[in-house]
Write a protein that binds this ligand. Sequence first.
Ligand SMILES: Nc1ncnc2c1ncn2[C@@H]1O[C@H](COP(=O)(O)OP(=O)(O)O)[C@@H](O)[C@H]1O
Ligand SMILES: [Mg+2]
Length: 249
Amino acid sequence: MDSQVVLEARSLKKSFGALQVINDVNLRVSRGAIHSIIGPNGAGKTTLFNLLTGFLKASSGEVIYQGKNITDMHPFRIAKMGLARSFQITSVFPELTVHENVRVSAQATEKNPYNFLYNYKHLKGAKAKADAILESIGLFEQRDQICKNLSYGDRRVLDIGISQATDPEVVLLDEPLAGLQAADHERIVGLIQDMAKSMTVVLIDHNIDIVTSVSHIITVLNQGEVIAEGTPEEVQGNPKVQEAYLGGV
Ligand SMILES: Nc1ncnc2c1ncn2[C@@H]1O[C@H](COP(=O)(O)OP(=O)(O)O)[C@@H](O)[C@H]1O
Ligand SMILES: [Mg+2]
């Protein structure tokens, strides 16, 4: 095994009925990289994340994380192993406060939920951890606000904070910039770059300019297949990529 590869998809396939959505995808994510997955709408990007994180069962193929075969493992177990994700649609609990949302996620990594003493200590730990995360993502001031009252931009930032609460080694972000004004892009990009200092980041986005500026490696997915992979420069100059994008508009 190549120890530089932290997450790998081997000949992954996924069909919904007759519709083949992921068709023999091979992916190797290097430790410490910002590795982006781009492709037109409907290319299979979100489905690929769902397969990597156990939210969907592959029709065939394997997912290897840190050398372990995690294919068909329960999503909760995968998250506990340090592979975290955010969702394309914001996943915060709207009636909870900002702090509670992060704390709930931090508590989910609890190792011994039936031991009262452990629980008590863990709760304190989870609270402190939630505060530290809020500090790092710039939402500490809003810690007691009910989430439904947050701006959309703050919610997306909180989504990223929630993904941090399980101490991930790899984080998968599904369109963290979706629906945001350009003014908020910089904030999220800054967070992604901060995160990348201490973990591997796999990013789905279709804002080519941003993906090009932050990524080390880009994989291009089109109709469930990898059509190109390489550095941003290599991918930008690839005629197949230009065709997939321009042809799809
Ligand atoms: N649960 C599902 N059942 C049936 N078809 C699905 C399901 N999820 C996704 N698809 C289809 O799979 C294709 C890829 O979807 P998706 O992975 O969401 O693409 P992307 O994230 O690249 O826009 C689309 O044609 C979509 O309609
Ligand atoms: Mg998607």
